[in-house]
Design a protein around this ligand. Sequence first.
Ligand code: SF4
Ligand code: SF4
Length: 145
Amino acid sequence: MNAGSGFGMGRGGGRGMGRGMGSGMGDTMPPNFAQQYSDIPAEGQVPVNEQREIDMLQEQSEALQAQIAQVNARLQQLQQGTASTGLIAVVATDRCTGCGRCVSVCPTSAIVLEDRVAKIDQNRCTGCGQCVSVCPQKGIMLSAR
Ligand code: SF4
Ligand code: SF4
């Protein structure tokens, strides 16, 4: 998030201190002094490495939350019978008596009765098979889309 500014200010402060100390201390300052202390963050700043870890963990957290949302959505679809299965219900119209049981159980309201015969809306049917299991006439089957 703010890694750039933290890094820049840390290095800048270090350089300034190195030059200042160098002019006053002469040969007593170790050659790597400025480099050694250049990444110390100023007061109130998050150290560069910690900021990178914070950014990385925030990205991971957001990715995991997105995955959890997808899992929950899929779970809800499966529990409610609204997940698409790649199958579709087909009515054997010569068997249908228009009892309406399939209409009552369909979770996506994909079935209507027309002239006392069940009719499936292909755009709504998810192939869950609930209508198949309740039809007393064995008048509905599942077929590949
Ligand atoms: S399989 Fe039957 S109950 Fe399931 S969505 Fe399709 S029409 Fe509705
Ligand atoms: S349950 Fe079977 S018989 Fe009853 S309306 Fe549906 S398809 Fe027709």
